[in-house]
Design a binder for this molecule. Structure first.
Ligand SMILES: C[S@@+](CC[C@H](N)C(=O)[O-])C[C@H]1O[C@@H](n2cnc3c(N)ncnc32)[C@H](O)[C@@H]1O
Length: 326
């Protein structure tokens, strides 16, 4: 049986109880103490706008909510956020994700470099938007599991008053959201559990924290490939951009489809039962930026986007860029 076969992955999940897990095997290899943060949301959000503090804490409402299957963590099927975390060297993943990640890497050994490089691109892009363009509001959709330099840490390093809204639909990301909510006292971070297929819901939630009359950096980093239909992916990107005021930025990257090995590895991944990810042509990615002014050097392989001086970046099959709303 191929290691990326769904039945093999199920078998592997049953065999390997994750380290430190409960007997049910429903815990990942490491967890954060989210309950403490649930109880202290007001101290995490010292500058919550009026009214928010009176609402029941988001995590309290959604965590441990057995009646809602959307909030249940499925450790039997690989998940994008957890595999991404595995490739980035994190520990918040299950055996099923490690198996799928290893199977992918066996065909496309460059995948870890792609993951690391796209994360570095995120850091450079957020730093650029905050320091060069003075952006103080970030809407990061498809956040992923917390890592070393999350968007709020990068942005608030430049400007502690920055506000960041994170959005993801993976229940494990939700369970780790406490780490994403550790804002500076001057700034604000929030987490919305929502699906990119529902941009109106995202905009409504983000509007409680972000001022859509001032520039926002809309970040769609490695997520539009999860929208199967290209027309729909374009529509969603443009709908979200439409909600932004002029002077806002669209920050984006996705995997490209020009390498045969990568396409084969992606096909294997998509056969595991995980939410598929569609590699797209550079021309298709450019369509997401329609109507925006492209910031130099344009849509390029992520390591080539404004690399740190003195480095010798090598191109990979992940392309990104920044567009400015006119
Ligand atoms: C490849 S990871 C990228 C993580 C992070 N943006 C980064 O660049 O490191 C894709 C993320 O998008 C999330 N995601 C996938 N489909 C989604 C959807 N329809 N709605 C919301 N989040 C989604 C996954 O849970 C995962 O966290």
């Amino acid at each position: 049986m191929r290691p990326d076969h769904p039945a093999f992955l199920l078998y592997a999940a049953a065999l390997h109880q994750p380290c430190g897990s409960a007997a049910s095997g429903s815990e990942p290899r490491s967890t954060t103490s989210e309950s403490a943060h649930v109880r202290s949301r007001s101290s995490i959000h010292p500058s919550s706008p009026a009214g928010l503090a009176d609402e029941p804490p988001l995590l309290e409402k959604t965590l441990n909510s057995p009646v809602n299957p959307r909030h249940q963590i499925d450790s039997t099927v690989p998940h994008s956020a957890r595999i991404w975390n595995y490739w980035l060297g994190g520990k918040d993943n299950y055996p099923v994700d490690q198996e799928a990640g290893d199977a992918y890497r066996a065909i496309a050994p460059n995948i870890e470099t792609m993951a690391l490089e796209s994360r570095q691109f995120l850091i450079r892009a957020v730093t650029w938007a905050a320091s060069v363009k003075g952006v103080r509001q970030f809407l990061d959709i498809g956040t992923g599991l917390p890592t070393e330099d999350n968007t709020h840490q990068v942005a608030q390093r430049v400007a502690p008053t920055s506000r960041i809204v994170y959005v993801d639909n993976d229940p494990l990301v939700l369970s780790h959201a406490a780490a994403l909510l550790k804002s500076t006292p001057e700034g604000l971070t929030d987490y919305i559990e929502a699906d990119l297929h529902e941009p109106e819901q995202i905009l409504e939630g983000a509007g409680k924290i972000l001022d859509f009359n001032r520039p926002v950096a809309l970040m769609l980093m490695g997520i539009l490939g999860h929208i199967r239909d290209f027309e729909e992916a374009q529509k969603i990107a443009h709908r979200l951009q439409k909600a932004l005021p002029p002077g806002s930025y669209f920050v984006h990257y996705d995997g490209i489809d020009t390498d045969a090995e990568l396409r084969k590895a992606q096909q294997g991944y998509n056969n595991t039962g995980a939410v598929p990810y569609v590699l797209r042509s550079p021309g298709q990615l450019a369509a997401y930026y329609k109507g925006l002014e492209l910031i130099g050097p344009g849509i390029v392989s992520c390591p080539l986007w404004r690399p740190e001086p003195g480095t010798t970046p090598q191109p990979t099959d992940v392309y990104g860029g920044i567009g400015r709303k006119l």
